[in-house]
Design a protein around this ligand. Structure first.
Ligand SMILES: [Zn+2]
Length: 317
């Protein structure tokens, strides 16, 4: 049984840099970025590594289209920003027309065109806008610019339903590095200190510092996110919760990380054949300050309850 919640001792090993630099007064490090409303913090990361990971690992991760897509679908906003929090815009709901105009869907699902004035030369202008009011506003701007009034006869109106091309990318490298970070942070809490200097942590550290997404031969684990929907993990999830738990396979103890209830990654954290940690975390982004520590048994029990509730509802129908 791992000892949890202990303060790091001076001279202890930092989980990220493997140097004996911990003072015991480290700032809490968020295993999963705090912007996602995940309260799982560890005290086994030195402050310089904490700061570095925020900039080099969390920030690029939060900018990835795949993360933004799931954030926008879950409606989870950055809890640290209070009222200033804005929903994440979905990379799926925006794109460019054939003419190069930027279009996005607003919160009501209405297409919004970024309006603009195209100078065609010889005192001719084209106004591109998504409403009559917006077109009138830009017309007045053209009048101001040219110093001439534009008469109705001088205007040719046209409207079209543009075809919009969108593009979404998945940066496997930022996922690899973020996943390795979560593995190091959680592993350093759950396993004895010696784990931090062992082979499993060393491999995670290699991924953490990786500059390309290629795994070494024989370790072809893509650490790419997979959709929760349609997998056995689905039964553990309710709402946009983050889940962290361990699962044993033949080769290793895997850490399973579910983000926003919709996407998950699994990674090997212990190949020594030791016991599978029973600790788990269930983190509700709506209550980002709660600790969320639980056990795998509790997660299983809740999944069973949920299954029974759903099943009896269906029977009642
Ligand atoms: Zn460090």
């Amino acid at each position: 049984v791992p000892i949890l919640g202990c303060m790091a001792q001076p001279g202890e090993i930092c989980a990220y840099c493997a140097q004996p630099v911990l003072t015991g007064e480290e700032k809490p490090e968020h295993a999963i970025p705090a912007a996602l409303g995940a309260s799982l913090t560890v005290d086994t990361v030195c402050d310089p590594c904490n700061c570095w990971a925020g900039k080099e690992i969390d920030q690029p991760f939060l900018e990835d289209d795949w993360v933004r897509l799931h954030r926008s679908q879950s409606g989870v906003v950055d809890p640290r920003r209070g009222r200033k929090s804005r929903p994440t815009s979905s990379p799926m709901l925006q794109g460019y027309t054939d003419d190069g105009d930027f279009v996005r869907l607003d919160q009501n699902g209405e297409p919004r065109l970024r309006s603009r004035i195209v100078d065609l030369g010889e005192q001719k202008f084209q106004i591109r806008a998504d409403s009559i009011e917006e077109m009138e506003r830009l017309k007045r701007r053209v009048e101001k610019r040219t110093g001439k009034e534009i008469t109705d006869e001088a205007i040719t109106h046209f409207s079209s339903q543009p075809r919009v091309h969108g593009r979404m990318s998945l940066d496997t490298l930022v996922w690899l590095r973020q996943t390795a970070k979560i593995g190091l942070a959680v592993g350093s809490q759950v396993y004895p200190e010696a784990w931090r200097t062992g082979a499993d942590a060393a491999r995670l550290r290699e991924w953490l510092n990786s500059e390309d997404a290629l795994a070494p031969l024989g370790q072809a684990i893509g650490l790419v996110p997979r959709e929760v929907s349609g997998t056995p993990i689905e039964r553990f999830v309710n709402g946009a919760t983050h889940l962290v738990f361990f699962q044993r396979t033949k080769e290793a103890t895997m850490l399973i990380v579910v983000l926003l209830g919709s996407v998950f990654v699994s990674l090997p954290v212990d190949t020594s054949g030791g016991p599978t940690p029973q600790i788990a975390w269930k983190l509700d982004p709506a209550r980002p300050k709660a600790g969320g520590q639980t056990s795998f048994d509790t997660l299983l029990g809740e999944a069973a309850e949920q299954f029974i509730a759903e099943h009896s509802e269906q029977s009642a129908d």
